[in-house]
Design a protein around this ligand. Sequence first.
Ligand SMILES: Nc1nc2c(ncn2[C@@H]2O[C@H](COP(=O)(O)OP(=O)(O)OP(=O)(O)O)[C@@H](O)[C@H]2O)c(=O)[nH]1
Length: 305
Amino acid sequence: MASPEQTKTRAGFVALIGAPNAGKSTLLNSLVGSKVSIVSRKVQTTRVLVRGIAIEGPSQIIFVDTPGIFKPKRRLDRAMVTSAWGGASDADVVALLLDARKGIDEEAEAILAKLPEVKRPKILILNKIDLIERSRLLALAAAVNERDSFADTFMISALKGDGLDKLKTHLAEQMPEGPWLYPEDQISDAPLRMLAAEITREKIYERLHEELPYQSTVETDQWQQRPDGSIRIEQTVFVERDSQRKIVLGKGGQTIKAIGQSARKEIAEIAEAPVHLFLFVKVRENWGDDPERYREMGLEFPRGG
Ligand SMILES: Nc1nc2c(ncn2[C@@H]2O[C@H](COP(=O)(O)OP(=O)(O)OP(=O)(O)O)[C@@H](O)[C@H]2O)c(=O)[nH]1
């Protein structure tokens, strides 16, 4: 095996876009492993979300979901869409996944109408090729390629495994050179850790968005499976000033307690286990300038300055 000195590591983000039922979960499960499905099956929200992390040779491929991106309805959804990821606009690769059997139906059309606005390298993935004839497939590939410019088109069956190796290799090569963003022993937990942080962040936002003009950051520091089957989670809420810290804590700690309770409930549902959630509120000045923090957050990784 090549040593790290011989092979430069790569890491980056792939925004996977597709209508419901296009096969995103199936594809991710094949590329990443079984753990992601826990998250994807349970969560029907519109959060920007790390769905899974795949390793291919020296590359770490972080798949991010951007549901709600094309039709954000609620105010919160819109805020989420325009915040962290700004849609798919920070991804290293935007991958459009289409159900080849459905072709360009209404949902695909809605995505294709908006996609040219996203100025990132794009690839087209036609899924479920086991269900349609080759001639139709080629016609569809041509039709979609007329709508936007895709660097490559892949034809796969996420269910049967056809074409997946080629796709994975391609994505791995597209990742920018750089250190891995997740330690190897955290990869399987990463989507859950991230999601748990995102849930708490959302609870804070729902409660305090008028008092806290800038969104706080939440990080999951500990995720410990206990012998009784429960999970002990420690999270830190970072704010920029002591006055904000007081707001988050609330009188006698009431606000943070309420936030913790509602976050815990939701995290427990997703993790399918009882959860003990411990929240800490810390002031971190200039956290926005600290790359290490961004790396841990995953959601707000700065690109190009
Ligand atoms: N025949 C066939 N069926 C597939 C393929 N990929 C996915 N499916 C099926 O299509 C359905 C939807 O797949 P999912 O992976 O759940 O779709 P999704 O896009 O993740 O949906 P959301 O999780 O709602 O976003 C499931 O019944 C899959 O088994 C494929 O390559 N061939």
